[in-house]
Design a protein around this ligand. Structure first.
Ligand code: 5GP
Ligand code: MN
Length: 346
């Protein structure tokens, strides 16, 4: 696979082989994005709070290309406690990250990655609201567009697929750093190429990325096969109280559970994947108490139930089979409301 065979638009010719999966973003929008980027020397990038591999990977990949074009680049995410999740510590380019209080207050041009709603921009929402131009790069079907320019493809398996296009269109080439960032996004959002979003275009993109020589085995180990010992204990607690109610399986992890083992919140991401294994359940829920005492609710469906609709009704969003929201109530109250919305919408 040669990553640098281009057609007229700067895309690799191989992207053209799956026209049925063609990107719905109009050429005029891409053109406008290139003009906006071309017209600014300083560009501020943001991704969603508590970033996952797709959010941070997409943002850093584009940051690398902008930097190679001679742009001044700042990149951040709007968490009150600013820390790159340990799982993502291996991603290159983190020297380009700044905490949200060092982010330009009113950037001329801001690009926002993987945020389905304005709320997902977190603390940097104020900066986005004051920015002259905001380009939204995203793949969430629920995203109705909140930028001055929206590059949204609800059929893309990951924002990284759009970031890859942006890289080529900006005249960038895949090097191992950029490919590592994009691969982290692709592999995260497709559940290691297991979810139904794993189209031929996804595998095709993976081939281009892997061809740069990146170590897929090392990336997989970083993302999924490492945890501090305390994770096993916290997981054991969560599984001890896991509950099956009809087609719903759910559990929770409190701050107190984590504090006993000094386990950071970001280590809890994989628990939903274990809980949703229960064959008897159509829907899985894990309530994770963050360091502020708010409950981050992770939900998964096996297909018949649209958890994005349920979560949207509760103030969040996401995808048909994977969605979430924040609850400021107790575990019992949170679950009571969730059950009510689940019954109403399924
Ligand atoms: P996770 O359970 O892995 O944190 O999130 C699953 C999906 O739900 C992700 O695609 C994410 O974008 C979405 N999601 C999670 N939490 C929220 C939230 O608070 N608001 C919105 N709009 N989407 C969320
Ligand atoms: Mn994503």
């Amino acid at each position: 696979m040669t990553p640098d065979v281009r057609d007229r638009t700067g895309r690799p010719a191989s992207l053209e082989r799956f026209p049925e999966e063609g990107c719905p973003i109009p050429e005029a929008s891409w053109d406008r994005a290139l003009r906006l980027i071309g017209g600014h020397d300083e560009i501020a990038l943001a991704c969603h709070v508590n970033p996952d591999g797709d959010a941070l990977g997409s943002m850093l990949a584009v940051a690398f290309v902008l930097r190679s074009m001679g742009k001044r680049v700042v990149a951040s995410f709007g968490d009150r406690i600013f820390a790159v999740p340990r799982l993502l510590g291996f991603l290159p380019g983190q020297e380009m990250l700044v905490p949200p209080d060092e982010f330009p207050e009113a950037p001329d041009l801001m690009i926002v990655f993987d945020c389905s709603t304005f709320e997902r921009v977190g603390l940097l929402g104020a900066n986005a609201a004051s920015a002259r131009e905001v380009i939204v790069v995203d793949h969430h079907p629920s995203n109705t567009g909140f930028g001055t320019l929206d590059l949204i493809d609800a059929n893309a398996a990951a924002t990284a697929m759009l970031a890859e296009q942006l890289v080529y269109r900006l005249g960038g080439r895949l090097d191992r750093d950029i490919a590592t960032c994009l691969y982290a996004g692709l592999v995260t959002d497709t559940g290691s190429f297991r979810y139904s979003s794993t189209t031929p275009a996804v595998h095709h993109m993976a081939a281009r990325l892997v061809a740069t020589g990146l170590r897929t085995d090392e990336i997989a180990r970083e993302l999924w096969d490492r945890s501090p010992f305390g994770y096993l204990k916290v997981l054991a607690n969560a599984l001890e109280r896991v509950t099956l109610e009809g087609g719903l399986v759910w559990t929770y992890v409190s701050r107190v559970d984590r504090a006993a083992y000094g386990l950071p919140y970001s280590e809890l991401e994989g628990i939903i994947d274990i809980v949703r294994r229960a064959d008897e359940a159509e829907v899985a829920v894990v309530l994770k108490e963050d360091d502020h005492g708010d409950w981050q609710v992770s939900t998964r469906s096996k297909g018949t139930v649209d958890v994005a609709a349920v979560c949207a009704a509760l103030g969040g969003g996401g995808h048909h089979n994977a969605a979430g929201y924040t609850s400021y109530e107790t575990v019992e109250e949170t679950m009571a409301k969730f059950r009510r919305e689940l019954r109403r919408l399924s």
